[in-house]
Unconditional design. Sequence first.
Length: 213
Amino acid sequence: MARTVLQGRVALVLGIDTALGRAAAQQLSRAGCRVVLAGRDDMRLDSIADQIAKKGGEPAIQSLSEVPSDWYDSILDARDTVGHLHFVLNAMAFDHEEGEAIEDSCKRAQQADGYAAELLFEHGPTKVLTLWPEEIAVPPPIRPDAWHGYLVLGPRQRMDTPAPAELDKSGVYHLRASGVADSAVFLFQLPPSARPGRVYLTGIQTPDRKGEA
């Protein structure tokens, strides 16, 4: 495994119930992080933990209640279990049941961000990155004095080959990468002075192949 600036760091991944959360957890582990997996589905938690362990990782598991007000204590337990959390990746905005309004899952994600900020930012450098759907207005970072950014994902995007990030005149990153997980790893490696509030993934629409031979 190639050594990166993430080597030996600890990352809490919220929303392991989503494919995005699982992919990010696997990629963070490959980059050298110890990952703490947090989600509401215990079977999925065990499954992804086994997959990461088979590839040499040492994941920890934190089960989350169905009641959001309990998540403060869950994040506190996760922090106390591993000693310190350096990174938090929150994929909860994409964790919604069929028929549930995406706004509801976004509210849960914001609530979890708030708990993470309250528990972690006062105890050393911690970065929080929230995966966010493009169709919902991007809220401001939870704390202006801390590293909290949004990785904004458009619908039906297929990520193409990696390319350097571009910073536009308004200070917003436009990042092209081979996948969401790779983008998260890239952002976590940025120095504090380069903390973006929003990052938009510029993707290529998946072609409609109906009628093709």
